[in-house]
Ligand binder design. Structure first.
Ligand code: FES
Length: 276
């Protein structure tokens, strides 16, 4: 039985089949969660490789967080930003694990508790459910009221950290335009700027930030949303939050790959560079 036959949207197709992924849906509902799972898995594997590289488990590179070139280029790998260089070397030398682990919990916590991210994780990684009207493996899920899912309610606090992170990414993008005593522009500058831009769009479109800026939420008719007190920009950005989630995930991975692997580990030349 198709949803067309029922003349109702797919989400209202009843779940009558039992078993993992069992459904009466006839559309390609599995494509979206599959693509999401592939991107998330790629990001997870890449991040683990970064940590293993830093730990010296696979190879060793001299400048693993910051790429310096002979002509003064200075690019910070975004996954290690804020970088381990922000800490005293005595503290770092006493820390036996990859230094990025000291910081990475903040951006991962922000993404992991993201309202849009939860939908993505639950659908694509937990398959719970993988789609509307698709049977799910975990029947006991009872919302985010108990451990471990209650941790998701900490998202607002991760937002405060993410705002600092976005500022730091802009700082690293800014300093990438300086080549020693000269000003210039390389592919690293370009990709770090794109990373900072989409991270900012992702953070700026956050539901928690929209809620904060809306204000006075105990009285819906009094909120700034209703009064339209200059927060229309965040309403606009918020509508595209999911898009920024994905683009910023891909751009941070691409920027990190270019700086850490392409330039740092493999020792390639910049794709292009212009210095005054
Ligand atoms: S809701 Fe997605 S980052 Fe806040």
């Amino acid at each position: 039985m198709s949803s067309d036959a029922l003349d109702i949207p797919p989400c209202f197709v009843p779940v009558e089949k039992k078993g993992l992924f069992a459904t009466f849906r006839t559309d390609k509902w599995w494509i979206q969660p599959l693509i999401m799972a592939l991107i998330l898995t790629t990001f997870g594997i890449y991040t683990i490789i970064v940590l293993l590289l830093e730990h010296g488990t696979i190879g060793s590179i001299e400048n693993d967080y910051i790429y310096y070139s002979e002509n003064g280029a200075h690019y910070v790998s975004p996954i290690s930003s804020p970088g381990p260089n922000a800490l005293p070397s005595e503290l770092l030398s006493a820390w036996p694990l990859p230094a990025t682990l000291l910081f990475i919990w903040a951006p991962l916590g922000f993404r992991g508790t993201c309202y849009y991210g939860r939908r993505v994780f639950y659908r694509s990684l937990l398959a719970n459910p993988a789609g509307c009207a698709v049977d799910k493996p975990i029947k006991s899920y009872n919302g985010e009221n108990g451990f471990p899912f209650i941790i998701m309610n900490s998202h607002r606090y991760f937002l405060y950290l993410a705002i600092i992170l976005a500022i730091l990414h802009w700082y690293h993008a800014f300093e990438s335009y300086f080549f020693g005593d000269s000003i210039g522009f390389g592919f690293g500058s370009f990709i770090l700027t794109i990373d900072a831009l989409f991270l900012t769009l992702y953070v700026s479109s956050c539901h928690s930030l929209r809620n904060l800026i809306g204000g006075n939420v105990d009285c819906i008719s009094c909120t700034n949303y209703v009064k339209k007190k200059g927060n229309s920009w965040i309403n606009y950005l918020n509508q595209h939050h999911g898009l920024y989630f994905w683009i910023s995930l891909v751009t941070i991975m691409a920027a990190d790959f270019y700086i850490r692997i392409y330039l740092g580990l493999l020792g390639n030349e910049e794709i292009f560079q212009w210095v005054m």
